[in-house]
Design a protein around this ligand. Structure first.
Ligand code: UDX
Length: 439
């Protein structure tokens, strides 16, 4: 008999996981404590922007394989395998991760677990969390040690969440028994049979794979951005440098795009939580380089503001700045720790009049930063601007016609914060073009 699955927490990760597992043919019950979100999902509406996900959600709701609830009792009754997908944000005023949502899910679910089942953690957590939760689960569940924990980190990227979930690069599971491994192999059989590699390990290694992967990606981005700083000092071109490095297969070109750096709900907080946890374990020296990775990343934002001010003539007073992009990256409406909004807010604080446009993150930006001005097109944001900033490399910005945009601005000044535009073409139409890390 195929297992029945629940997904506890229907944010980015959970909503995607629930819809994708239903798509693979499982019966899935999604749970969240946010009743409004559950009503929305049950009606086939996605509270977030994620290409392809809404179709998947609707199709599987219609097929009757996917349902949503707010009742832990119902979830416990229904599920053989419970996936836990709640967030682990950065603690207020600290580097460490806040795992209280995770604890709350275990505390709410466990007392209803009266038969054999698996609880599978997917959230990104400080190493050691799984062992602690495993013990708590067995202690609180009436079924006792018939309830087992598995750790199964998730690596999906926003904007590619469906594809990353259905066709992951690898599946990692931290298990405490062969029985748990067997069940997980059956659950992921549709992917394993397609050749997706499976790494079976213990809890702490599984937890660390996720922290290490994000630390590596953040380091790679900050590495090329550190090179951008050196390039600026040496009058060299970091885009050409990056392209040349990418030909070396040992290095590779992905995550080597110099620019405004990383933001979002994962990389920044995950490297900080990783440092905090290493400190608790007495291994802080091992990760002290991540402090520098973080610092390089934050310096890019400051450098962007400096470049914009330079082009504005030394001060933002009486200056209109048109900002293209609010999301932390293209194909997403997520503005958590968005470098683009950070820059926009800083310029406004320094006296500039800032007008922002983003193809999908506008509503989220408006809600979070009502003090900024907004436009409903790139041209609207650029109208009468003394400086235009490209801060999120949406395709529609990369494809902008410099001549047409040039007709609406007050002065043809642009800073390409993502090294996404063709400098030659923009300069040929009279734009003063500047980019991070290039002459
Ligand atoms: C990341 C990880 O990639 C994913 O595996 C993990 O599960 C969650 O965190 P995500 O936050 O969706 O995913 O975004 P990602 O595509 O990794 O981009 C992160 C940030 O890095 C973005 O702000 C992006 O603009 C920036 N970035 C990325 C660069 O500045 N340069 C690059 O070359 C690549």
């Amino acid at each position: 008999m195929p297992y029945r699955l629940t997904v506890l927490g229907t944010g980015y990760l959970g909503a995607t996981h629930a819809a994708c597992m239903a798509e693979l043919g499982f019966e899935v019950l999604g749970l969240d404590i946010d009743a409004a979100k559950i009503a929305q999902l049950q009606a086939g509406e996605l509270p977030i922007y994620e290409p392809g996900l809404e179709e998947l959600l609707k199709r599987n709701l219609d097929a009757g394989r996917l349902r949503f609830t707010t009742s832990f009792e119902e979830a416990a009754e229904f599920g053989d395998v419970h996936f836990v997908c709640v967030g682990t944000p950065q603690k207020q005023g600290e580097y460490a991760a806040d795992v209280s949502y995770l604890d709350a899910v275990i505390d709410s679910l466990a007392p209803h677990l009266t038969r054999e089942c698996l609880v599978v953690g997917k959230s990104t957590v400080p190493v050691g969390t799984a062992a602690r939760l495993a013990e708590r689960l067995v202690r609180l569940a009436p079924a006792g040690d018939q309830v087992e924990l598995v750790w199964n980190p998730e690596f999906l990227r926003e904007g590619f969440a469906v594809d990353d979930t259905l066709r992951p690069d690898r599946i990692v599971i931290g298990v405490a028994s062969e029985q748990a491994e067997k069940i997980m192999r059956e659950v992921y059989e549709p992917m394993l049979s397609e050749g997706v590699p499976l790494v079976v390990t213990d809890y702490p290694t599984a937890e660390l794979v996720k922290s290490a992967a994000n630390a590596f990606l953040a380091t790679k981005i900050s590495f090329i951005n550190a090179m951008a700083e050196v390039c600026e000092a040496a009058h060299a071109d970091v885009r050409q440098l990056s392209a040349a490095l990418a030909y070396d297969e040992r290095i590779g070109g992905r995550f080597l795009n110099p620019g405004l750096g990383f933001g979002g709900g994962c990389l920044p907080k995950d490297i900080r939580a990783f440092m905090a946890r290493a400190g608790e374990l007495g291994a802080d020296q091992a990760l002290s380089f991540l402090r520098e990775v973080d610092a390089i990343n934050m310096r890019r934002r400051a450098r962007m503001v400096d470049l914009a001010r330079e082009l504005a003539g030394g001060s933002f007073h009486d200056c209109v700045v048109g900002v293209l992009g609010a999301a932390f990256k293209p194909n997403s409406d997520d503005i958590r720790d968005s470098p683009a909004l950070d820059v926009a807010v800083t310029i406004r604080r320094q006296g500039g009049s800032v007008r922002v446009y983003d193809p999908v993150a506008l509503e989220n930006a408006r809600r979070a930063h009502p003090e900024l001005d907004y436009a409903d097109s790139a041209e609207g944001a650029a109208r009468d601007a003394h400086v235009v900033l490209l801060l999120t490399e949406w395709r529609e910005f990369v494809e902008l016609d410099p001549e047409r945009l040039g007709r609406v601005v007050a002065a043809r000044n642009i800073v390409d914060g993502r090294n996404a535009l063709d400098a030659e073409i923009w300069r040929a139409t009279g734009w003063h073009y500047r980019a991070l890390g290039r002459p």
